[in-house]
Design a protein around this ligand. Structure first.
Ligand code: MG
Length: 255
């Protein structure tokens, strides 16, 4: 288990452990060394507002990391990882509202992904040692204004709107990606369905490869790519990304 979350109570951000029946607040950030001490108190989940369960200096996204998704958008399967950044200002928690950029885009897509949360400063790490630098895993939706992504040379605008990076509901420090299933539903209808064994570049390779480009700091996020089935979101939609053994990330779309 341990599943760490961040939540707001009386206007203050706190860390907690997700336990049966609710959240057990812990005395410190789980990133700051040692094992945080849980308090005896359990706050019911419905009594808190969950925050994004990490504090990231950057979100490094991997594009076209599932062959069937590369194909559905008419792209070649890459020979090395294709990476781009989303700004931390795009982060949105579980149950947060994705804001449709009305007047700027008319084609916003969901992209359900597995998120790797980095546990410590990582630079030039080997593939063999890469997983020692992982704090845990979360669920991410790489929301994309597809029309702007196609129009611009850079992905910055199409991928970078505020609220375009839902992450949550928690970070699971025991989860081990093997071949779990990832699904995305919109208003209950199945849209995306993939397995992690389909990843073109596996997670240790991605961490090692990215760390040769940029220093990863604790709390940083790597979004590992999306399987086939991406499709449009419209105002009023409810989008759910589910990863077997990890949970469900739910968000709604509004103008
Ligand atoms: Mg993506």
């Amino acid at each position: 288990m341990p599943r760490y979350c961040r939540f707001t109570v009386f206007g203050k951000h706190r860390w907690g452990l997700v336990v049966d029946g609710g959240i057990q607040p812990v005395d410190d950030s789980p990133f700051d060394g040692g094992v945080p001490r849980p308090s005896g108190e359990v706050i019911p989940l419905e009594a808190v507002r969950l925050d994004v369960p990490t504090t990231a200096t950057k979100i490094v996204c991997v594009g076209r990391n599932y062959a069937d998704h590369a194909k559905e958008l008419g792209n070649e399967v890459p020979t090395e990882p294709l990476i781009f950044l989303k700004p931390p200002s795009a982060l949105l928690p579980h149950e947060g509202v994705i804001r449709y950029p009305v007047g700027q885009s008319t084609l916003v897509h969901h992209e359900g992904e597995l998120a790797v949360v980095i546990g410590r400063t990582t630079k030039n790490v080997s593939e063999a040692a890469a997983l020692d630098h992982v704090f845990g895993y979360a669920i991410l939706n790489d929301v994309t204004a597809r029309d702007l992504q196609r129009k611009d040379v850079q992905f910055t605008r199409g991928k970078g709107f505020d609220t375009f990076c839902p992450v949550g509901p928690w970070v699971d420090t025991d989860f081990r990606p093997v071949d779990q299933r990832l699904t995305v539903t919109v208003n209950g209808e199945l849209r995306q369905d993939g397995h992690f064994a389909q990843l073109i570049f596996p997670i240790p390779m991605l961490i090692a490869w990215i760390s040769r480009v940029m220093t990863l700091e604790r709390g940083d996020i790597i979004a590992t790519g999306t399987p086939a089935g991406v499709g449009p979101l419209v105002v009023g939609d409810r989008v759910e990304v589910t990863i077997e053994g990890l949970g469900t990330l739910t968000n709604t779309v509004d103008a």
